[in-house]
Design a protein around this ligand. Structure first.
Ligand code: PMV
Length: 315
């Protein structure tokens, strides 16, 4: 049997970084996907192939000895092989249309798709278990992960997320359309999160105040989502961007992208860790941004929020 699973990338509308410290974040699943195809094999190895390369690793190898880029997938396969008492290996093929290191949840979507695909090989498609496994897998390379990215990738739609409380879905009538502008500066989430931790420790009062302001902003943004008030949501995004600048995760290039795109959209901000990666701008569904997209030097994508999260197929 071949098992295929597909999981969406994400944007963070509000609350990145603050979510690492028990605050709320709002995330949306987007129509860009990671797909993982897996099969049981007759070897003793876990074979992983992706656009980043290929590796065949003995299944009793320690996870920590495995090359970082393959580690989460090896972890998932090893866990499921052991849990199901399987005595052979697994092959895993990872394909993704989500840009890497851009704040669009590429690594989480790959972890979710791998956990779903391999679980399904053993007849299990339980969302809760797949989510837990994918968060643990992501933690093999990024121990401080809040788990927010994997959660929205499993469940789809727009979610409110808090580390201890988990998630709740936000019901909105609007489809929500965004233009994504990729600065093409690849960021390392773990390094930026470390830097914010240093900022927090050296500026405790400022950080606590920013957390409270972010909380108030999220309450206002949620009300605006309920009322389908795109103008106010855009303004809230612009305000969130200011908070991100204050904790030091923006830079001149991102700011110049934001200033330009904000003139023709409802509002824009970094999505994800920052320090590079992507800017998201909230747009009207029918708005024509071709003058910008045809002339900018950056790669741009139109995305909308996807109601469906991870999906599993057999072939
Ligand atoms: O840049 P990304 O897609 O890795 O998103 C990171 C989001 C953070 O809030 C900075 C970290 C986290 O685990 O939530």
């Amino acid at each position: 049997m071949t098992s295929i699973a597909k999981a969406p990338g994400k944007i963070i509308l509000f609350g990145e970084h603050f979510v690492v410290y028990e605050n709320r974040a709002i995330l949306g699943a987007i129509d860009k996907y990671a797909t993982v195809t897996s099969e049981k094999t007759n070897t003793d190895n876990i074979l992983i192939s992706s656009s980043l390369g290929q590796s065949s690793i003995k299944k009793d190898e320690e996870v920590s000895n495995v090359e970082k880029k393959f580690r989460p997938f090896f972890y998932i396969a090893k866990q499921l092989i052991s849990k199901n008492g399987f005595d052979k290996g697994i092959s895993i093929k990872i394909e993704s249309e989500i840009p890497i290191g851009a704040g669009l949840g590429s690594s989480s979507a790959c972890c979710v798709a791998a956990a779903a695909s391999i679980s399904n090989l053993f007849g299990n498609t339980n969302e809760k278990e797949i989510l837990e496994l994918s968060i643990q897998a992501e933690k093999t390379i990024f121990p401080n992960s809040s788990g927010a990215d994997c959660t929205v990738s499993v469940h789809g739609g727009i979610i409110e997320y808090q580390k201890e409380k988990g998630f709740s879905k936000i019901n909105t009538k609007n489809k929500f359309n965004f233009l994504i502008i990729d600065s093409e500066q690849i960021h390392a989430t773990d390094k930026v999160v470390e830097r914010v931790k240093k900022f927090k420790n050296e500026n405790t009062n400022v950080f606590t105040e920013l957390c409270s302001e972010e909380e108030r902003l999220i309450t206002k943004a949620l009300e605006s989502m309920e009322n389908n008030d795109l103008k106010t949501i855009g303004k809230c995004m612009a305000q969130n961007q200011i908070f991100l600048e204050q904790i030091g995760v923006s830079n001149d290039e991102l700011l110049s992208i934001i200033e330009e795109i904000e003139m023709i959209t409802f509002g824009a901000k970094i999505t994800g860790a920052g320090d590079g990666g992507c800017v998201i701008a909230l747009t009207e569904e029918e708005s024509d941004l071709s003058e910008y997209t045809n002339t900018t030097k950056y790669q741009t994508y139109h995305v909308s929020i996807q109601k469906t999260g991870m999906q599993v197929f057999n072939s």
